[in-house]
Design a protein around this ligand. Structure first.
Ligand code: GLA
Length: 430
């Protein structure tokens, strides 16, 4: 048998043993991650409040716990790059930087767990992390998985800098097996597809869903509307390849929420929340929760947007239309025949009055109501032909949660018929 055949056989066995249908992240993970906002700031002398240190993660755990985030589902506190010491310890284990993490990761995990939250950590399948810290070479996969489990880590972001496609092809499945073998439930986030261009035939999304719980498909998000639009375009231009890969326990990851930072207006922030909900994307914030303005907070804490993101069917949504007017329509099917619609304006002039009907958007005949997610108003008396006029702000969205009103054995008591509506609206308005 040639080397390629050996590798293929190995991978076949791996995918059998490494099935990720293990009950973790049946809905997209939610939480907070350091990278986009705090990067690799390691200068705790000059910038103690913002440097990558145990204090930063304790602060964010405090905020998630005390400011209502946890109740909404934001539970993972995720350390990104730059937490490590440049040297492994005598036993070959990774260790945190002793100055910035004097208590160690196990103690930090404890702190996070005491608040009912979970801890995530970052490592890299390769010689070095993207910022030049020690990588996880093939021979170190097992010891690193064991180390993370022994610290009480609940989530691993496994990056792919300083490696090549062959190393990645071996290493990503091996890490999946090594994590399973620890016996600790650990969510496994793979950056592998992003290093292969994100598309078949280079990326095998069936295999991805078997070994990873979520995966980065594309480039890093930056703090700008341009960056966000490039990501949205890539995901929806390639929706035929990407969208079927997602489902409970297996998620595409278009990267962190940048709401609350410097690059997005309020309208653009609502657009990110709406589109990430349509995409069934992980809702991983990267912002300073200690200094968050109320506008950003309200968007990130919007219960209906979150409920749409967390819909139990876990079907990723699609772009339905790209109009000449630069209005785009996105749609996601939800539990109990409900659905979400997002009308996005790519215009740069003024609010655009968009005319449509549910029928034009392929809805079946019948009676519907729609809840406007960001204004909190309900549009009643809709059927598939009712003319709808929406005013959509430049780089903004209108987001609707649409639910059918069913005719029910001779009764017109619509209260009993709003099943999907009630499910999603629990604790919201009724
Ligand atoms: C890569 C990843 C980012 C971040 C950095 C850290 O660029 O895609 O999300 O983890 O590395 O160095």
């Amino acid at each position: 048998m040639g080397p390629i055949a050996v590798i293929l056989q190995l991978l076949a066995v791996m995918s059998l043993t490494a099935a990720k249908d293990d009950g973790l992240v049946r809905t997209p993970p939610m939480g907070w991650m350091a990278w986009e906002r705090f990067r690799c700031d390691v200068d705790c002398k000059d910038d103690p409040e913002n440097c990558i240190s145990e204090a930063l993660f304790r602060d964010m755990a405090d905020r998630l716990y005390e400011d209502g985030w946890k109740e909404l589902g934001y539970e993972y506190v995720i350390i990104d790059d730059c937490w490590m010491s440049m040297e492994r310890d005598k036993e070959g284990r990774l260790q945190p930087d002793p100055v910035r993490f004097p208590g160690g990761i196990a103690k930090l995990a404890n702190y996070v767990h005491e608040r009912g939250l979970k801890l995530g950590i970052y490592a890299d399948m390769g010689t070095f992390t993207c910022m030049g810290f020690p990588g996880t070479t093939l021979d170190k996969i097992q010891i690193d998985a064991q180390t993370f489990a022994s610290w009480g880590v609940d989530y691993l972001k496994f990056d792919g800098c300083s490696s090549n496609p062959l190393v990645q092809m071996l290493g990503y499945p091996l890490m999946s097996i090594a994590l399973n073998a620890t016996g600790r439930p650990i969510v496994y986030s793979c950056s592998w597809p992003a290093y292969l261009g994100g598309l078949p035939p280079f990326v095998n999304y069936n295999l991805m869903g078997e070994i990873c719980h979520l995966w980065r498909n594309y480039y890093d998000i930056q703090d700008s509307w341009d960056s966000l639009q490039a990501i949205v375009d890539w995901f929806f231009n390639n929706q035929d390849e990407i969208q079927p890969a997602a489902g409970p326990g297996r998620w595409n990851d278009p990267d962190m929420l940048i709401i609350g930072n410097f690059g997005l207006s309020m309208d653009e922030s609502r657009s990110q929340m709406a589109l990430w909900a349509i995409m069934a994307a992980p809702l991983i914030m990267s912002t300073d929760l200690r200094h968050l303005d109320n506008g950003a907070r309200a968007i990130l804490q919007n219960k209906v947007a979150i409920a749409i993101n967390q819909d139990p069917l876990g079907i990723q949504g699609r772009r339905l239309l790209k109009e000449k007017s630069r209005i785009e329509v996105y749609w996601r099917p939800l539990f109990q025949s409900a659905s979400a619609l997002v009308f996005l304006s790519r215009r740069t002039d003024m609010p655009y009055r968009y005319h449509t009907s549910l029928g034009k958007l392929h809805y079946e005949e019948g009676n519907y109501e729609a809840y406007d997610v960001f204004t909190g108003t309900t549009v009643k008396g809709l059927n598939s032909t009712t003319e709808i006029t929406l005013s959509i702000n430049p780089s903004g969205v209108v987001m609707w949660y649409v639910y059918p009103l069913r005719k029910h054995n001779h009764t017109t008591d619509t209260e009993t018929l709003r099943l999907g509506y009630k499910t999603i609206m629990t604790n919201v308005i009724i």
